[in-house]
Design a protein around this ligand. Structure first.
Ligand code: FMN
Ligand code: SF4
Length: 416
């Protein structure tokens, strides 16, 4: 008898059971309107993703405070957006209600883009490269927590299944957590202070939304990969020390988080760690370890969703030391679920190249999947503040990339 494909087995997230172990990662596409509402282009992308049948879908980063944004045309979730977002969620749920659809609430803090936004920082000494960010204190930070809570209530009111409170990738949630936030203040210095932002926010969202069916979880950078980043041993230490990351995920769970979406790195600083570069595909394996750390430290019912699975595709990346058939998405997804390393596998770039991966797996049509080459042209669009899409399989984006490079030359630095 053929072995069951574990990627096609159901799993319970919070109180809801979804039909498979595929998750779609949050992927910003810079195509909202001037108020931060979804446009036709946003609708078109998510319609395909919903048709694609993934069990868990994380909406791209949506800001709780439009004054601090990293992307022009970023989505926003403030009272003014409620009506448009309600229509959007209803439309998508009508396409496929059999998933968990969470909205990734974010605040950019110091990595907001100064050309069209303000920048704020929480560290007395600015992080190198962000000296122009204005220092904010406890009162402003308290108000930001209030905004996350208000946005979560909007998410609940509009029919989303939950929220993903973003504590990863160098955004404000990371800026506060990391050891580099070393001066002593309500949300800084000792770990007990740095974790307060994430813990208080999670506790308040769970309490104030007050619906046991509403899912609260977080995408977390277990290790940011630069001195003083999340998962390092101190403000200027490059050494990996996951003590705080482990305490973070356990504390989130204690306060009601029902999943942790593991990630690593920070696209503004250590991009090749957050999304493995095809020149060094084997760096993808680091994520498996971070997933195992999450799985080993959380209750069995807390779902661990692992990032960075795009790199394996059908085995056709230049991995060394291992046969191609043992380096596919199918292989690693099944092996890591079977061995208790992860519960669900998350697709980021692959969801641009082909949003129908879960459906094609279910139908046994894996041979028809358009595999992401990990060329990273899509992140180039993001870096250049352009609408984002797959420049390999989506012709208008292929053409646009050619135009951009002809006008502006090749990208000089690869980070957001
Ligand atoms: C164009 C682009 C936009 C992204 N937007 C987000 C985002 O909104 N929120 C987030 O947490 N990560 C974002 N990411 C990171 C992905 O969610 C994911 O963590 C990363 O790409 C690794 O997964 P992959 O190897 O499957 O692509 C983005 C990545 C790309 C390439
Ligand atoms: S542009 Fe390249 S990296 Fe991005 S989705 Fe398409 S194939 Fe993948």
């Amino acid at each position: 008898m053929a072995e069951q494909n574990l990627l096609l087995t159901p799993i319970k997230i919070g109180t809801k059971t979804v039909p498979n172990r595929f998750a779609i990662n949050a992927m910003e596409c810079c195509d909202a309107d001037a108020d931060g509402n979804p446009t036709d282009s946003t609708y078109a992308r998510y319609e395909k993703i919903f048709e694609g049948e993934a069990g868990f879908i994380n909406l791209e980063a949506i800001t709780v405070q439009y004054d601090y944004i990293s992307r022009e045309h970023q989505l926003s979730i403030m009272p003014r957006n409620e009506k448009a977002l309600a229509k959007f969620v209803k439309h998508l749920k009508a396409i496929n209600p059999n998933n968990v659809f969470v909205l990734q609430l974010t605040h950019s803090g110091e990595i907001s883009e100064p050309h069209f936004s303000k920048r704020c920082r929480v560290t007395e000494t600015p992080l190198y490269g962000y000296e122009d960010a204005e220092l904010i204190g406890a009162d402003e930070t308290d108000k930001i927590i209030d905004m996350f809570v208000e946005s979560s209530k909007i998410a609940h009111a509009i029919g989303a299944d939950g929220v993903d409170l973003k504590f990863c990738h160098g955004y404000l949630g990371s800026q506060i957590l990391r050891p580099f936030n070393s001066h002593n203040w309500k949300y800084g210095g000792a770990w007990e202070n740095r974790r307060r932002f994430a813990f208080d926010m999670t506790e308040r969202v769970v309490k104030e939304v007050n619906d046991p069916n509403f899912i609260v979880g977080s995408k977390v950078s277990i290790f940011e990969g630069f001195p003083g980043g999340q998962g390092t041993a101190g403000p200027d230490s490059s050494l990996m020390d996951l003590t705080e990351s482990i305490d973070l995920i356990k504390g989130l769970e204690e306060r009601g988080a029902t999943y942790i979406l593991q990630s690593a790195g920070s696209p503004s600083h250590t991009l090749a760690l957050s999304q493995t570069d095809r020149k060094i595909p084997d760096h993808g394996y680091f994520h498996h370890y971070f997933q195992k750390v999450c799985r080993d430290n959380l209750r069995p019912e807390t779902v661990v969703i692992g990032s960075d699975y795009t790199i394996y595709r059908d085995g056709k990346q230049p991995f060394q030391a291992v046969r191609p058939e043992k380096n596919t998405l199918d292989f690693w997804g099944n092996k890591n679920i079977r061995e208790g390393i992860v519960d669900m596998v998350c697709l980021g770039r692959q969801s641009f190249a082909d949003p129908y991966v879960p459906k094609k797996f279910r139908e046994g049509k894996q041979g028809e999947i358009k595999w992401c080459t990990a060329c990273d042209n899509c992140i180039e669009f993001l870096i250049r503040q352009e609408h984002v899409g797959c420049a390999v399989y989506n012709k208008p984006y292929t053409e646009r990339m050619k135009e951009i490079r002809a006008e502006k030359g090749n990208l000089k630095e690869k980070h957001t």
